[in-house]
Design a protein around this ligand. Sequence first.
Ligand code: SF4
Ligand code: SF4
Length: 146
Amino acid sequence: MWGRNSKKKKKRAKEPEKDAQNEQDAQNEQDPDNLCEDCIPAKCCMYFSVEIDEPEDMGDWNDMLWILAHRDAEIYMDDDRWYVLVQNPCRFYDPIKKCLIYTRRPRICRGHTWDDCEFRDDYNFDLHFHSYEEMERYIRNNLEEV
Ligand code: SF4
Ligand code: SF4
């Protein structure tokens, strides 16, 4: 499952129907606080995350170590759901012009709603591993040997 939107709530954005898309665009244009204008760089365009399976055995934890061996990869768990997080900005984001491919932006971006807006969110996940070493320590202290 993919998540471009809020780190608090991950869901796959469905292909929007045309009417729904028009409604979405209208809704986005009705931003009462003009938040997006003040949100620079756009918080929701600065990362992506992908849901992964909950680890069930040591092999799964070891697989997650492999993920964390890669630069910029993080893993977090919230509400019993697990995600890979990569804190890299979208290459199409421009601080002045905003989305450089707005009319052909991916469906996950098109499905983004104000319910998903994370402008005022603090990310307090149940578990958050920023590095390989951090997860190794967690395994050592909380689980059996890998
Ligand atoms: S995080 Fe919210 S306010 Fe910021 S750019 Fe995204 S939708 Fe707009
Ligand atoms: S494609 Fe546009 S809206 Fe989507 S993440 Fe990139 S800059 Fe943001």
